[in-house]
Design a protein around this ligand. Structure first.
Ligand code: NDP
Length: 289
């Protein structure tokens, strides 16, 4: 069996055009143009690419974007002052602090300082708590993109056995919570694996839907996949051979029924869901407009 490809580029364009249409209606009704402020500390080359792509997507969607570029040696206090300024600026609806931050900066303090109504990454504890309680304000962009990928390809989630490899705050943990919630896009039976999981292949082979987010190039091999499983590769790894995922795509596509490529799978969806959140942020802050 050769798996069919779950194309994130096509889906991302569809979602972005839905957002753009809703945004046009919002602007016509309120006269307010949503604005997303990105904060990029230092010169991390991968972060620069991510932020540039996010800004391009804003431009296409009709969202104004700002870029703030404090130097690599910025202190926590200086960054907190910038976040405070953006929190107070009524013209800024969404704030995105690009991770990773340089080592001297206390990341938790910075992410907690973002106004929860402007927290388009959904990293603030208040927003994380709301997700856990199944009353989200924003959904985190990458897990939301994966969930949309499953829903819009009519891949059954309810009752499915989902195995997630990786337990980060950004991907694995919120992904698990979202898929186990009651209701549409949830009701799965979720297992979360990590570096301490015993006999990982035995666990991953149980999955109807296998989501891999660990940051290890081509880690997931075909013997770790149940024939006919759906495989979602969140990994983005820069190697001499270019960008590769966490899944050994060529081998696994012969076993899986559906699989996401890297690049062109989950990555574009992450950006589409960020546009969604930027519009939601403006809508939330503009209730009385
Ligand atoms: P983190 O480094 O924060 O977390 C990695 C997780 O993987 C940890 O829970 C770790 O376990 C687990 N892990 C690492 N090695 C193994 C192993 N050999 N076996 C089992 N579990 C393992 O990564 P992120 O979640 O931030 O990112 C994961 C990948 O996804 C990266 O490639 C990243 O670039 C990509 N990414 C892609 C995005 C997109 O838009 N497509 C967005 C965000 C991330 P433990 O907790 O025990 O250490």
């Amino acid at each position: 069996m050769t798996a069919s490809i779950l194309d994130g580029k096509i889906l991302s364009e569809q979602i972005r055009s839905e957002v753009a249409q809703e945004l046009t209606e919002f602007v016509a009704k309120t006269g307010v143009t949503p604005c997303l402020a990105a904060v990029l500390v230092g010169d991390n080359p991968a972060s620069q690419v991510y932020v540039r792509n996010k800004q391009k997507a804003c431009e296409k969607a009709g969202i104004t974007s700002q870029l703030h570029r404090p130097p690599a040696e910025t202190t926590t206090e200086e960054l907190l002052a910038l976040v405070d300024r953006l929190n107070r600026d009524a013209a800024v609806h969404g704030i995105l602090v690009q991770l990773p931050l340089p080592k001297q900066i206390e990341e938790t303090r910075v992410l907690e300082a973002v106004n929860p109504l402007k927290d388009v990454d959904a990293f603030h504890p208040e927003n994380v708590g709301r997700i856990v309680q199944n009353r989200p304000r924003f959904l985190p962009c990458t897990p939301h993109g994966v969930q949309q990928m499953l829903l819009r390809h009519a891949i059954p989630i309810a009752g499915a056995k989902v195995v997630i490899v990786g337990r980060s705050d950004i991907v694995g943990k919120p992904m698990a919570i979202m898929l186990m919630q009651r209701g549409r896009g949830g009701d799965a039976t979720v297992t979360v694996c990590h570096s301490r999981t015993r006999d990982l292949p035995a666990v991953t082979r149980e999955a109807d839907i296998l989501i891999v987010a660990i940051g290890q190039p081509k880690f997931l091999t075909s013997d770790m996949v149940k024939p006919g499983a759906v495989v979602i590769d969140v990994g983005i790894n820069r190697t001499d051979g270019g960008l590769v995922g966490d899944v050994d795509f060529e081998a696994v596509k012969e076993v899986a029924s559906q699989i996401t490529p890297v690049p062109g799978g989950v990555g574009p969806l992450t950006i589409a869901m960020l546009m969604r959140n930027a519009l939601t942020a403006a809508q939330l802050q503009c209730k009385e407009c």
